[in-house]
Design a protein around this ligand. Structure first.
Ligand code: IMP
Ligand code: MG
Length: 179
């Protein structure tokens, strides 16, 4: 697995700094409010696990799983809900937690979908923002870092379901995609 890594873009220490900073912002912004964190599986799993422990207000947690890619490296634009929320969002402030926003199609769909369910407010948080290939405008309230148009893996993020368990964020050697 490590053999396939081309370059480490964010080390464990840098990722810890990002989650601490965002966690503080979220705690300040939502103090006194009922906040529901919605993690988007599977990619946001690792980021969310670290982020929620940097938030010092009471939060609830739920998950959705969507598919937009299949095995390709580019979003198809067709979003399918594979797992829906367990609880109602009515009367709560919700924060969608994503791993990475690329075309924006997945997050745009999710925000639209959740808006129709009666939440008090809806905002989004992403570890990484890749704006170069954005197809729809999405409002990102919390961003760990903006990155160029490079396909990355690690810290929860996969290529064909692999590399999620790398503890850092990295790019892959071109040969990996030709296998
Ligand atoms: P979007 O709908 O194009 O914005 O894609 C969002 C989803 O695509 C993310 O939640 C990721 O799961 C996946 N994705 C986008 N860019 C990358 C990448 O560089 N590596 C791995 N997955 C990615
Ligand atoms: Mg994802």
């Amino acid at each position: 697995m490590v053999r396939d890594v081309e370059q480490v873009l964010f080390t464990q220490a840098q990722l810890a700094d990002m989650t601490a900073r965002i966690g503080r912002q979220i705690s300040d912004d939502y103090r006194g409010k009922d906040l529901l964190l919605i993690g988007i599986l599977k990619g946001a799993n690792v980021f969310l696990a670290d982020l929620m422990r940097q938030i010092d207000i009471a939060v609830e947690l739920d998950f959705m799983a969507v598919s937009s890619y299949g095995m390709a490296t580019e979003s198809s634009g067709v979003v399918r809900i594979l797992k829906d929320l367990e609880h109602s969002v009515a009367g709560k402030h919700i924060l969608i937690v994503e791993d990475i926003v690329d075309s924006g199609l997945t997050l745009h769909y999710l925000m639209d979908n959740l808006k129709s369910r009666g939440a008090l407010s809806i905002a989004s948080c992403t570890l990484l923002d890749k704006p170069d290939r954005r197809k729809v405008d999405v409002n990102l309230r919390y961003v760990g870092s903006v990155i160029p148009d490079v396909f990355i893996v690690g810290y929860g993020i996969d290529y064909a379901e692999k590399y999620r368990n790398l503890p850092y964020v990295a790019s892959l050697k071109p040969a990996v995609y030709q296998k």
